[in-house]
Design a protein around this ligand. Structure first.
Ligand SMILES: Cc1ncc(COP(=O)(O)O)c(C=O)c1O
Length: 453
């Protein structure tokens, strides 16, 4: 056992040490990797050390350096050393974290972690929280609480009666929402037909006047989904206004803050999210800006009774009811790993100032990208907010993006913003510095000049 785990630690450390200079894109694709690894199911046991060594050797060429300081695709954070180490302990201890009394330390760490998160993110201290797989399931969890409360207000017990014959629920959601909001509404049986898109401004933030008009014509149980951090532009909805208008109309206000909610951890940027704490629920991620390994989403609900009513389960064989906070009362999962451990370790190792520094540095890196690329001839900066940047070089954007990815210094992706194909840069890795930005700008500029229009 020790020899195997030492070997795994060696492979992991070698990979992590290689990240600053490793080519970012993966040279080997899916089919070649399947050919290398996917022979017949073994008829019998294979020595675990051989399994490990061959797995690492054959998987390595198909591993994209998502933890690289110059990986700027999607919104993918890296993993802090403290987080990786604690995550290993979560696997080694292999605690089922659904119940409190069978695993006292994990239950205690989860409670501490939850309180720290609420404090750091500026959310109400009395709110309930759940650690789930990602922001997608954080939406499902928080919106299940919303569904409970809104339909109970209309005299409908959705947990008992289901949705057939239930009062119709309207969801007023920004036209520029993230797709996971739609999927959460699908999974909750509300369907995307309940969505009424509220117009966005030119930055992709919800327009308060459009919300006001939509609310004026709304009738019955109403959900408003706001956003702190547009996935393309980083724009934040006018949250104070959205909460004020939503609450005046009796609506539940949910905030998608997958990455943007972390701006609240920075004294310098907290003002961008003013009023956020007045919402009814929030969804965010640990595996993006906080840089803990996948999978870690966080759901927070201001009204713990609605949250618990939507999620809680009881069975006589479970050890429940000892007056403890039972983790499975707040999550859609029954059994699960100790997700709190890497979050706890990261928050403890960074502290309040360390998280603020991380948030500020990554925003400053995004600002530097916009400033430096904007100086290049023919390059237009379409948007920059928080840690996100959209730029449009002259020429075939998809070909340029492919060339940048193939060259390997950095990794960016393409998106379409307001009908314009452009390059999307998301700065989300704890290792990224101004030097990485400058190296990436140089590598990108080379491709702008090299790729034929
Ligand atoms: C604004 C926003 N909401 C939700 C999500 C979904 O998060 P996850 O992939 O953790 O489910 C993302 C992912 O990028 C996002 O940017």
């Amino acid at each position: 056992m020790r020899e195997l785990l030492d070997a795994a630690a060696g492979h992991a450390a070698a990979y992590l040490e290689s990240l600053p200079e490793r080519r970012v894109g993966a040279p080997r694709g899916v089919e070649d990797t399947k050919a290398a690894l996917g022979a017949e199911l073994p008829g019998g046991p294979v020595d675990p050390r051989r399994v490990l060594d061959e797995l690492v050797a054959e998987a390595d060429p198909g591993i994209t350096a998502m933890g690289s300081p110059r990986y700027f695709g999607f919104v993918i954070g890296g993993a802090y050393p403290a987080a990786i180490a604690a995550d290993w302990m979560a696997s080694a201890w292999d605690q089922n974290s659904g119940l409190a009394s069978p695993t006292p330390s994990v239950a205690a760490i989860e409670e501490i972690t939850g309180a720290w998160l609420l404090d750091l993110l500026g959310l109400p201290a009395g709110a309930s929280f759940a650690l789930v797989t990602g922001c997608q399931m954080a939406h499902v969890t928080a919106l299940a609480a919303a569904r409970h409360r809104l339909l109970a207000g209309a005299g409908w017990d959705v947990e008992a009666a289901g949705l057939a014959g239930a009062p119709a629920l309207r969801a007023l959601v920004c036209a520029e929402r993230h797709v996971t909001v739609d999927r959460a509404l699908r999974l909750l049986g509300l369907g995307t037909a309940c969505i009424e898109a509220v117009e966005a401004d030119e930055r992709g933030a919800m327009r308060a006047d459009a919300l006001e008009a939509a609310l004026a014509s709304a009738d019955g149980p109403t959900l408003v989904v706001a956003q702190a951090g547009n996935v393309n532009t980083g724009a934040v909805d006018p949250l104070a206004e959205v909460c004020r208008l939503g609450h005046a109309a009796g609506a539940w206000v949910h905030v998608d803050g997958a990455f943007g909610l972390w701006a609240n951890a920075s004294p310098a940027r907290r003002g961008l999210l003013g009023g956020c704490e007045q919402a009814d629920s929030w969804a965010t991620d640990g595996h993006k800006w906080l840089n803990v390994p996948y999978d870690c989403g966080i759901a927070v609900v201001a009204d713990p009774s609605a949250h618990c009513a939507a999620m809680s389960v009881q069975a006589s064989y479970l050890q429940q009811g000892a007056g403890l906070r039972e983790p499975m009362d707040w999550t859609p999962e029954f059994s699960r790993r100790a997700r709190s451990l890497p979050v706890y370790a990261t928050l403890r190792s960074l502290g309040r100032t360390g998280v603020a520094e991380l948030v500020d540095r990554l925003c400053e890196c995004a600002e530097r990208f916009a400033a430096e690329l904007g100086r290049r001839p023919g390059v237009e900066v379409l948007a920059q907010g928080l840690n996100q940047v959209l730029v449009r070089p002259e020429g075939d954007v998809d070909a340029i993006v492919r060339a940048i990815q193939d060259e390997g210094t950095c990794w960016v992706s393409a998106t379409t913003w307001r009908g314009t194909r452009c390059i999307r840069i998301s700065v989300c890795n704890w290792r990224t510095t101004f030097e990485d930005v400058d190296r990436s700008v140089a590598a990108m500029t080379e491709q702008f000049e090299r790729v034929p229009a």
